[in-house]
Design a protein around this ligand. Structure first.
Ligand SMILES: [Zn+2]
Length: 284
């Protein structure tokens, strides 16, 4: 009589419930492990991350109950399971720079001696090049916030009627670059760099990204201490790349992101602009 081994393996739960950052390596995700051979606590992702953060509570961490749980994952991962349908490339530096190792779709690997405990970013999808060159542009536009972010102030007016040239959102942790472009400026207020100053006009920190073609995007209210050091003028950023954890800095009445878009130096509705570029999943 034939005994088939196939049936003894547990069938994973349906993909429908797959959620990133829940400590379970679901189908479609890329998962980093604290130990080799996919052992220890896990950090699971469904998108690329250009900067993991340096320390708690502002870092991406290992989840679950295994060894390393709760620790920041930057420079602490030893192995990877790629359960997505695209290759994932792990980089030595933030923002997809430096030495790298690519793990094909559907495969698992221990990180090389060079990358083990020296991982700083990962890019899901084809990098289109080999070696240490920066990842080329794959997508030009992305949403700066998750689809379940909540809008607390719209464009072009606050509910009270005052002029508001952007959109304010809450209910998430990390703001992402909405375009592939170049950091144009980082304005840190000299007095309120890391402090709230509600009611003080002009007190908010501002990051501006030049998207090319006359398009510029502005981000406000992050704490200076939270902005990764490699987000500075002249640096290229990718659409969808993490920029900073949102904050309550400057002229702000609660932790949120203020996001604005200018086309040829004129404010436009930020989310409608992105929708016109084919971006989906924007809140509101
Ligand atoms: Zn605002």
């Amino acid at each position: 009589m034939l005994v088939l081994a196939v049936g003894v393996f547990a069938v994973p739960a349906s993909d429908a419930g797959a959620a990133e950052r829940d400590g379970a390596c679901d189908s479609g995700e890329v998962c980093f492990y604290y130990n080799s051979n996919q052992q220890g606590a896990v950090s699971d992702f469904s998108s690329s991350v250009g900067s993991y953060g340096e320390s708690q509570p502002k870092c991406y961490e290992f989840k679950g109950s295994g060894k390393g749980a709760g620790e920041c994952m930057k420079n602490q991962a030893a192995s990877v399971a790629n359960r997505s349908d695209k290759p994932v490339t792990v980089y030595y530096n933030s923002n997809y720079q430096g030495a790298s190792q690519t793990i094909p779709a559907g495969e698992s690997a221990n990180l090389s001696a060079e990358l083990k405990n020296q991982n700083a970013s990962h890019l899901i999808g084809d990098t289109g090049s080999s070696g240490g060159s920066p990842a080329p542009v794959s997508e030009q536009w992305a949403s700066p916030v998750p689809s379940d972010a909540r809008i607390t102030a719209g464009y072009p007016r606050y509910s009270g009627g005052g002029y508001h040239p952007g959109i304010d959102t809450v209910g998430f942790r990390t703001a992402k670059s909405a375009c592939t472009g170049t950091v144009k400026s980082v304005d840190i207020h000299p007095k309120y760099a890391d402090d709230n100053a509600h009611g003080v006009k002009g007190s908010s920190n501002f990051l501006r990204i030049d998207c090319g073609g006359g398009v510029e995007m502005g981000y406000a209210h992050f704490y200076a201490r939270d902005l990764p050091k490699d987000i500075k003028p002249g640096v290229q950023v990718q659409a969808g790349q993490d920029l900073f954890p949102i904050g309550n800095q400057g002229n702000s009445s609660g932790t949120h992101l203020h996001f604005e878009v200018k086309v040829d130096d004129k404010y436009v509705h930020p989310f409608n602009f992105l929708r016109s570029k084919g971006v989906t999943g924007l809140p509101g």
